[in-house]
Design a protein around this ligand. Structure first.
Ligand code: AMP
Length: 117
C-alpha cells in the first residue's frame, strides 16, 4: 500500500489536528486515543511515513526500530501502566481492522484487560 499523507495521524504530526501529547522524540509521537478501548489507551505513532508494521519493519533502519520500541515503553511508563501491565497492539492490514494507514502502536492498560484477544 502506498503511503497517503491525508491520514489523520499525518495531520496530527503536521499540527493540523490537535492531540494530547504524552511523549515525543525524533522518531515517535505518543498521545491519547480519542476513543479509548481500555481505562488507559495511548497511541504511539512513527514520525516516518510507514503505513503499517510490515512496511515499518521492511523499510526502516534498525536504529528506527529500536527507537520506536523504546518510545513505546517510555510512553507506557509515562501513562503509568508499565508496572501493573499493559497490552501493545499493532493492527496491521485488512483483517486486523486497521483504520488509520500510518504506523501506530496501541498501548492499553489501567485495568485488567480481557483475555479474549
Ligand atoms: P487502528 O484501527 O489500529 O487504525 O486504530 C486507530 C485508532 O486511532 C482508533 O483507536 C481511533 O480511536 C484512534 N483515533 C482516530 N482519530 C484520532 C484522533 N484524532 N486522535 C486520537 N486518536 C484517534
Amino acid at each position: 500500500m502506498e503511503y497517503n499523507a491525508d491520514n489523520v495521524f499525518a495531520k496530527i504530526l503536521r499540527g493540523e489536528i490537535p492531540s494530547q501529547t504524552i511523549y515525543e522524540d525524533d522518531h515517535a509521537l505518543a498521545f491519547y486515543d480519542i476513543n479509548p478501548k481500555a481505562k488507559i489507551h495511548a497511541l504511539v505513532i512513527s514520525k516516518g511515513m510507514f503505513t503499517d508494521y510490515n512496511d515499518f519493519i521492511n523499510h526502516s533502519s534498525d536504529d528506527e526500530i529500536a527507537a520506536f520500541s523504546r518510545a513505546i515503553l517510555k510512553t507506557a511508563e509515562l501513562i503509568g501502566v508499565a508496572k501493573d501491565g499493559y497490552r501493545i497492539v499493532f493492527n496491521t492490514g485488512k483483517n486486523s481492522g486497521q483504520e488509520v494507514p500510518h504506523l501506530h502502536a496501541h498501548i492499553l492498560g489501567g485495568e485488567p484487560l480481557s483475555t479474549d484477544l
